[in-house]
Unconditional design. Structure first.
Lengths: 192, 192, 192, 192
DNA sequence: AATGAATGAGCATTCATTCAT
DNA sequence: AATGAATGAATGCTCATTCAT
């Protein structure tokens, strides 16, 4: 998986070949198939791994009793950015192929694990929002929609900043832009 | 281009073959190459077309003198959603491949046209934000960052809702979620 | 097709690769796929070609008005052996893979053409037998069963003699054995 | 061997993998190689087993002193059909690969055992024919050729009926067709 | 006696792209 | 303006077989 991570990060999903990955792993291509049924599943396993890290970080945020909902939303920013920074290229890959048709024929097992994980992080974000609503400090709104917004924003910004880096590789504004975005959102949901 | 639009929408970028497109266009594959240097450029032309429509809609929003900056931000929501609704599958494709490695070797001409267009719509959004700031009704912040946020949010939500549709095809919450998102943002940038 | 014939004859269906065949044909493997959808279909086309030759020869026998049914059965022997001798290795291949599972996913078109041809030669043999029965010179019996017997005998002998050649390559008794077989059959169906 | 029989019958020689067979046998693939040098040899062992059953049945026919040569030929029919019915799919496989190139590199030991067995059943059939000739009730002819004919007919009909079942799976005419064939042959060899 | 782990060698098939006509 | 015919270059995946343990 480490080899796959490296190769996918370098070449993208379609650019990477099983042979590349095998070479990196100092194995033969056939051996890869002992552990992963297909290229798709190998890739999806990376996806799952990232999701797990993400969920973990987010749940940690939720548990921090000393923070109020608003502060928790601000803290999410760090959690999201940490995940990105831990392996930017793979996060980009994962986000890009999140919804790819090609990834639809995963084994039911892997597929449901990914769905579970996705549900979990949505629940965390939705939960924080709900807390704010019941506390009376947040405006009303559908908690799941809020979760979708935070997640979509993160994915969209990561991808978009990457695109912009394609135009001008010296610039990387993800961190401040993400911070600004979360600030706006955090202000936006507050009642006044 | 109409044929390509149809086929890319049906099968995605990698799923579509030049032969498929040629067939749809009732031409031979070779003929496609008289008009487009490569598959990537054909795809990018679609991309450009969509961007132009988007920019047009956004500039129209900017020009509506009767609206104040806050109202303009709310109006962007419609512009963005309209573009999506005009050809959802292709918008998804375009957004997904926005930053794809494969699209890095476009002809300089096409590449710079796309960059121009992208710059334009960012400038529109940034412009609206700036107006609000100078008017004194919006908080301070970097206008381009704001534009990135709006765009990233749009792209991220479109892609993410598409992913969720993969899990449960009956649900399509893009419209209300986008509306909620813009509302939050619009509230978030206001001074109070 | 000539190249395929040669290669299949040399190496058998599984032993032959599309690359071998392409090389023999002085084409690239990809070009083969312009004319045949798959290796199976290429092979089946050869099959069809042989069947057509066979049917032609058999229909010629049937039309020879100067022969009575018994003499026609004797004449079949020549027709069958001629087909074999025209390309022994391919006849063997065709007979061996006649019923192979792998050949079940042919295009409906090719598949039905083959069935048609098969029906034709069965009808010829059955027809000869029927003539003998209605003339009163042959015993009673199901004409199609008779056709199956003649065909099965031919295929079985060709394959079996080939097997024996595997044990001792110097011997080739197909011709006399086939002659003997047809003689027995011809005597066996006659009333006395 | 039981596992192999089952798997080969289900999937054919090429369709079956050593792993399939190992799984069915609740062993690891490697273990199979403790008992059989190769897939070919495993398959050939099944072949040999079937031949032995066949030879046994045929020798039993030959020994039945109460039958005259003509009746013995009729009795062969039952012997052959019994063997088929005991495991149709495997008989088909064995007959199909009887002469396969792939089976040429068996160990000398196995190879010669198979040849011995083949020789035995040919000798039985030839013997019955010879008895009829010396008794004066059969026409003259080469006894081995006669044996080849009976065997080829059996193999050819089994394979051909299987092919026809591929076209129309509801029909299975092997038994009556085989009976008719043996009747013709038995009548055909008699002097009158 | 058994096998977990590994792989060498292959192979059918695909497809963007070319170019003589 | 158009294309028929061709292909170079891949590539995911398979499977019989091996061998240290």
């Amino acid at each position: 998986m480490a080899a796959a991570e490296k190769i996918f990060a370098q070449k993208g999903f379609y650019g990477a070949t099983m042979e590349n990955i095998a070479e990196e792993a100092e194995l033969s291509p056939a051996t890869l198939y002992l552990y992963f049924r297909s290229k798709d599943e190998l890739f999806a396993s990376l996806n799952l791994k990232m999701l797990k890290v993400l969920v973990e970080k987010m749940e940690a945020v939720r548990e921090r009793k000393e923070l109020n909902p608003e502060q928790k939303i601000m803290a999410l920013k760090e959690a999201l950015y940490d995940v990105y920074r831990s392996d930017p290229l793979n996060v980009i890959n994962v986000l890009r192929f999140q919804s790819s048709e090609e990834l639809r024929n995963l084994s039911p097992d892997l597929s449901s694990k990914i769905k579970d994980e996705a549900r979990k992080y949505l629940r965390v974000i939705a939960g924080i929002f709900e807390d704010g609503v019941s506390e009376g400090s947040f405006m009303n709104g559908h908690p799941v929609a809020f979760a979708d917004i935070v997640w979509g924003l993160f994915a969209g910004l990561v991808l978009w900043e990457d695109t912009k880096k394609g135009f001008d590789p010296t610039k990387d504004f993800l961190k401040p832009t993400l911070a600004f975005a979360i600030e706006i959102i955090s202000r936006g949901v507050k009642k006044h």
